[in-house]
Write a protein that binds this ligand. Structure first.
Ligand code: PMV
Length: 284
């Protein structure tokens, strides 16, 4: 007997890092998933368990060494698409179902949050909230999430600027001492309010999301490689923003790109052998 569970990844459209300081952020689940299979026997070599995330998730779900776990993921690891939250949530849900004690979303969110503390240190909760509840959400730390209905689904291009060397926890710590932190965080907070209004009204929000991207660069969470790529894409008329914690030493994780059509962007990315994929958010 085995149990299989799929949980989606996520993108943060606006407000990462500021959300750690109590501002609102906007995020959405995407059409790429993590699939966890639980069956009898010990799992061998989990793909993403350097931090002991899967072991912790099994424990939190009340499982033990008699539970075997296999993970398949369509999400790049550690690149801002919520892979750790999705793996934790899917493992907890699958183990609980396997043990005959299915878990509801509210409890799954709380348990996934426990697991996230390993990856994040001081997580706002936006990753577990987005992957557990799905859809497009407005999230503020410690408050009930708000589900947003948007009139038109949004097409995004997700571009890989390279896996960051730093963990989310390290990036959050880096921001603590960032110059002009308060001013930038406040500006991001105000932008998020405007972006939310635009999205709900079905109006284009690309320019504002691009501004959020530039503020993240000022905050010091975007590395040289991602900045160069962003400026090339902006030069072609696209709106660009990293999504997630970012990174400075090498890659900065995935970037979201908005535009009327992605033909020119794809040409540039293909020439530079840079990975990307398209996703749609806000689909009913
Ligand atoms: O783990 P990531 O890359 O999805 O980033 C999470 C968002 C942060 O605001 C940077 C951290 C948090 O806990 O909200």
């Amino acid at each position: 007997m085995k149990t299989a569970i799929k949980i989606p990844g996520k993108v943060i459209l606006a407000g990462e890092h500021a959300v750690v300081y109590g501002k609102e952020a906007l995020s959405a689940s995407i059409d790429r998933c993590v699939r966890v299979v639980v069956k009898p026997g010990r799992g061998r070599g989990y793909p993403e368990d350097k931090k002991g995330l899967i072991k912790k998730a099994i424990e939190i779900a009340g499982g033990d060494g008699a539970v075997g776990v296999e993970v398949e993921s369509e999400l790049p690891i550690g690149s801002g698409l919520g892979s750790s939250a999705a793996v934790s949530a899917a493992t907890i849900k699958a183990v609980r179902e396997y043990l005959g004690k299915p878990v509801e979303k509210d409890e799954l969110f709380k348990l996934t949050m426990e697991c996230e503390k390993i990856a994040h240190g001081n997580p706002s909760g936006i990753d577990p909230a987005t992957v557990v509840y799905g859809g497009l959400i407005a999230f503020r730390k410690g408050q009930p999430l708000e589900r947003l209905g948007i009139s038109k689904p949004l097409n995004l291009l997700l571009v890989d600027s390279g896996r960051p060397e730093e963990s989310t926890k390290e990036m959050v710590e880096l921001v603590v001492n960032s110059q002009n932190k308060e001013m930038i965080i406040n500006k991001i907070g105000k932008l998020v309010e405007k972006i939310k209004d635009k999205l709900v009204a079905g109006e284009p929000a690309g320019n504002l999301i691009n501004e959020n991207g530039l503020l993240l660069e000022q905050l010091g969470v975007v590395g040289k490689r991602a900045k160069k790529l962003s400026s090339e894409l902006r030069g072609l008329g696209y709106a660009v923003k990293i999504t997630g914690a970012g990174g400075v030493a090498t890659g900065s994780g995935m970037m979201i790109v908005f535009g009327k059509d992605f033909a020119q962007a794809k040409k540039l990315l293909d020439n530079g052998k840079i990975n990307y994929f398209e996703t749609v958010i806000g689909k009913k």
